[in-house]
Write a protein that binds this ligand. Sequence first.
Ligand code: ADP
Length: 362
Amino acid sequence: KRCIAVMTSGGDAPGMNSNVRAIVRTIIFHNCKPFVVYEGYEGLLHGNIKEVLWEDVRDWNAMGGTLIGTARSPDFKRREGRIQGAHNLINFGIDALIVCGGDGSLTGADIFRSEWPDLIKELLDTNKITEEQYKRHQHLNICGTVGSIDNDMSSTDTTIGAYSALDRICEAVDYVEATAKSHSRAFVIEVMGRNCGWLALMTGISTAADYIFIPETPASSETWREEMCDTVSKHRARNKRTTMVVVAEGAIADDLKPITASDIHETLTKRLGLDTRITTLGHVQRGGSAVAYDRILANLQGVEAVNAVLESTPTSPSPIITVNENKINRKSLVESVRLTKSVAEAIKAKDFKKAMSLRETE
Ligand code: ADP
């Protein structure tokens, strides 16, 4: 029987449990043995790995966070850490690993697979594994599913968790809206997303915010204050009692300096005399159970991930499971990670045109 392991890694995202559940059960469905690696790559290199049963993942669809734990693992970025990880997988007889995480986690998975032949050779040469284990574990199959609230991965329309986070943000903004209206106040809402403005942009649309700031279309460093105040004043002139400005945590101006909630607060207070408050939503955005869409996506992608592993050959590129125009697809993990990094680099290099065109060609 083939032994296939699943882990969650990087930031937690609602829907990860549905993904793990579907993966475990599809592995069993195909008459293989499912294992979970606890605490992401930390668990991998410390051997925190366990074979699981069908019942172990019962009722997981409605659970928030990730029940098998996640961690950042600096040690896995070092070769010695990955050697340890390879040793543990071989000791458990595991020859395939499905990683649900963001671009960092999937980069790690890709490096692990490409280094695998060297790692196992070293394990053999240092007598940590037997000749027989060496022969049996010539290849490690890797497959990625994308769990991230930021929706920042190239090649897929959406990531597992993004719609749940968006839903939570909208709910919070609705609460704030009620108090803002009562006092005729302005609110600056800071939302997560790292270098990606998807959450902020979609929040802006969903809540009809007055103004938004996102990294992908940096505001003019010279004129953003004036432009925002003009728009807000126009809305106020039409008897609007509230002002909502949404700012992505990674928002920048075209001089690449961050545009922060406190910059916006100061501007609204000083220039327009508005009674302004900042609400940084923080980890509320990650919390709670997944919305139905994320559960469905996570289940469908979990099934596809196991099918992809079972159909992989030693020479086929590692797949990542995506959704494009409502269809579940397999794409190249390496290529998706490369594209994601190119967008981030283009933004860093102030080449916004390139960043936008890369996003469009995804
Ligand atoms: P995310 O997966 O949400 O993007 P991180 O970027 O923090 O989160 O990555 C999660 C983990 O993946 C890291 O703590 C590290 O163990 C592993 N990882 C990230 N980048 C690499 C890399 N270049 N090489 C090896 N491992 C990596």
